[in-house]
Design a protein around this ligand. Sequence first.
Ligand code: ADP
Ligand code: ASP
Ligand code: MG
Length: 453
Amino acid sequence: MIVMKFGGTSVGSAERIRALAERVRERRSERPVVVVSALSGVTDQLVRGARLALAHDAALESVVPELRARHETAVRELLPEGAARERVLAHVAACTEELRVVYTGVNYLEDLTARSLDAISAMGERLSAEIVGAALHALGLPTQAVDARRLLVTDDAFGRAIPDMEATGARVQAELVPELQAGRIPVLGGFIGATPKGVTTTLGRGGSDWSAAIFGALLPAREIQIWTDVDGMLTLDPRVFPRARVIPEVSFDEAAELAYFGAKVLHPATIKPAVERGIPVRILNSLNPAAPGTRITRDAPGIAGEPRAIAFKKGISVLQISQPRMLMAHGFVARVFDVFARHRTPVDLIATSEVSISLTVDQPETLPAVQKDLEALGDVRLLPGNAIVSVVGRGFLQRPGLAARLFSALRDVNVLMISFGASDVNLSCVVAEADAERAVRSLHHEFFKEAAA
Ligand code: ADP
Ligand code: ASP
Ligand code: MG
């Protein structure tokens, strides 16, 4: 068994879905389970609609009709006239009508809860799974669309739900494995799940990769394939540096670090269920299947101290808490972290001095509440508009001169914070957002000797 996950661009149009069908056909003998994202841009549009509904913005009017038209066009292009097409068109009509009702509720009550936002943003995958399932069937593959909310059981942390592996595992064995044994190819939407009571949840943006890894771990699959629109994991985001190189093999810990620090090709949480069970993950290009892609494995070969890739993450706020009297008193740091824990706000980098502590956060929603609570502990400064740039590899702590090379590459950039030594796979620093691209190109040049164009 294998899991084949196709991201938004790989299901973005009828043409892309036909290419996807070829990829599945080529691997049919390996008993694939197909996991799909929403059509590209749809999740953004669904969320935008929710914000418009909340703001009583007249632009909301076109959101549902546009979404409906886009999905109907895909159905008409992929399915011949007949009962199957009518059934999928009815599904599109029902989902978009449900969406209209939820938007009306948000608009009317002037209230957008995390729970309603999940009901809204889950619609993209509910639509794409049915459409892709039916399209592959029409193209001669024995597929079966399955509503992933029946399988993926999560807690009720709407917007960032955590899967219950045991409950999900039981459903996978009861509902998914028999489909495979009967020779069918299940097609599921990624990103979405439901609480034990059946309330729709989502795993967070980009969460389809995580769904693929969860199903892959529970089946268990021989390999989890993440099909996307680039040739694999690259030494730098190709949108910033188009001549970045493909990394043939990378270890789970390096990939997790890269994903976490902004190499958005993979959802950070993907790695965990796969690594726990030793299942390799491969990143492949659905439009260039001949490219070998990137294999993510437990122990990828590599030279200790050689960076594997450069990543960056914008939208970072730095919080500085100063408390001249209290910092080194015991319990102070614990109280600071307790504030972040209470607001479920993850901290990325930390630096301390005798009288202050600096932290970075990339979750703007909870920042005002966090800042308010921190003010009870000391003087707080909030510096928004920063970026974390990271050099990721392995064996960094045994390599003399690495930090010198980083600083030399960044000699013309103002560095606000630096973190080295927390792990031997990462060397990170904070720079202003406006300097981020220049900083990573210069780091790429230093470590990969390929000059920016
Ligand atoms: P999908 O819709 O398939 O999930 P994503 O947009 O989530 O695709 O991820 C693929 C994109 O990730 C690429 O198109 C690329 O722009 C971006 N990306 C950022 N950093 C990297 C990197 N280091 N290697 C490859 N792709 C990267
Ligand atoms: N469609 C969701 C998103 O855009 C999940 C995903 O594609 O992974 O975030
Ligand atoms: Mg993605």
